[in-house]
Ligand binder design. Structure first.
Ligand SMILES: *Cc1c(COP(=O)(O)O)cnc(C)c1O
Length: 246
C-alpha cells in the first residue's frame, strides 16, 4: 500500500475515533449535569507523527499533549497555528525549563518547588505568566511522579507566591485498573483537594482538574474533570519507539 493511502486510512479511523470520544464526553457530561463546553479535550499525540496531529486539527482538535520535551519541541516548531495550544504532561527536568516555558501553553506536571522555580525564572522573561497545574500522586503509587497529597498544600502555597507562574488547578494520573469504577475515588479525592486549596489560596483560579485518560475519562468527567488527556482512544495504540531520553 502506498504511503498516501495508508495515511488516508489512518485519517478515516481518526475521524471515527474522535467522533466517538466527543460523543462519550458529551454523554458523561450530561450524566453529571455538566456543560459539555467546560471540558477541554487534550489529544495526547506523543509518539505520533505530525501528519496525524495536523489531521486531528483539521477535524477540530485544538489542544495537544506531549510528554517528552525533545519530541514535543520539534513538533511545536513545525506546527503552531494560532488556535492550537500545546500541553506538557510529562516530567520536566529543570535544565529544560527554559524551552518548556517558551513552547508550552500549559504545564500539567509541576510536582516540586525546584521545577516550579526553574519555570518561574524563565517565565519572568516573557510577558505572560505561565499557566501550570500541580501534579498530585493521589493514589500514592511509587512508580508515579507527583507531589504527595500531604505535601501539596505547603508546596501550593510556595508555588503560588512565584510571580511568573499562574496555578490553574491540579492534575493526576490514576492507577491502571481493569474497571474504571475502581479509580473513581482517586478523581473524587483530587477534586476535594482542589476545593480545599481554593479555600486556602483564593488568589489562584483552581479552575482546572486535569484527570482522565483513554480507560477512565468518562468516570473522570462524572467526577468533575475539566481537562481530559486522551491518547490511544484518538490516535490508536502506541508502539514502543527507541528514542534518547528527553
Ligand atoms: C500518555 C498519557 C496520557 C494518555 O494516555 P492514553 O491512555 O493513551 O489515553 C495521558 N496523560 C499522561 C500524563 C500521559 O503520559
Amino acid at each position: 500500500m502506498s504511503n498516501d493511502s495508508l495515511i488516508n486510512q489512518f485519517e478515516a479511523q481518526l475521524a471515527e475515533n474522535l467522533a466517538s470520544v466527543w460523543a462519550n464526553i458529551e454523554q458523561a457530561a450530561e450524566r453529571a449535569g455538566r456543560n459539555y463546553n467546560e471540558i477541554t479535550l487534550v489529544a495526547v499525540s506523543k509518539t505520533k507523527p505530525l501528519e496525524l496531529i495536523k489531521a486531528a486539527h483539521t477535524l477540530g482538535v485544538t489542544h495537544f499533549g506531549e510528554n517528552r520535551v525533545q519530541e514535543a519541541l520539534s513538533k511545536i516548531e513545525d506546527f503552531h497555528p494560532q488556535d492550537v495550544s500545546w500541553h506538557m504532561i510529562g516530567h520536566v527536568q529543570s535544565n529544560k525549563a527554559n524551552r518548556v516555558a517558551r513552547a508550552f501553553d500549559c504545564v500539567h506536571s509541576v510536582d516540586s518547588l525546584h521545577i516550579a522555580q526553574a519555570l518561574d525564572r524563565h517565565a519572568a522573561e516573557r510577558e505572560r505568566r505561565q499557566p501550570i497545574l500541580l501534579q498530585v500522586n493521589i493514589a500514592g503509587e511509587a512508580s508515579k511522579e507527583g507531589m504527595t497529597p500531604q505535601e501539596t498544600p505547603a508546596l501550593a502555597r510556595q508555588i503560588a507566591a512565584l510571580p511568573g507562574l499562574e496555578i490553574q488547578g491540579l492534575m493526576t494520573i490514576a492507577p491502571l485498573v481493569q474497571n474504571p469504577e475502581e479509580v473513581r475515588p482517586v478523581f473524587r479525592a483530587l477534586r476535594a483537594m482542589r476545593d480545599r486549596l481554593r479555600d486556602e489560596l483564593p488568589d489562584c483560579s483552581w479552575q482546572h482538574l486535569s484527570m482522565g485518560m483513554t480507560d477512565d475519562y468518562t468516570v473522570a468527567i462524572e467526577e468533575g474533570a475539566t481537562i481530559v488527556r486522551i491518547g490511544r482512544a484518538i490516535f490508536g495504540k502506541r508502539y514502543k519507539i527507541q528514542t534518547p531520553a528527553s
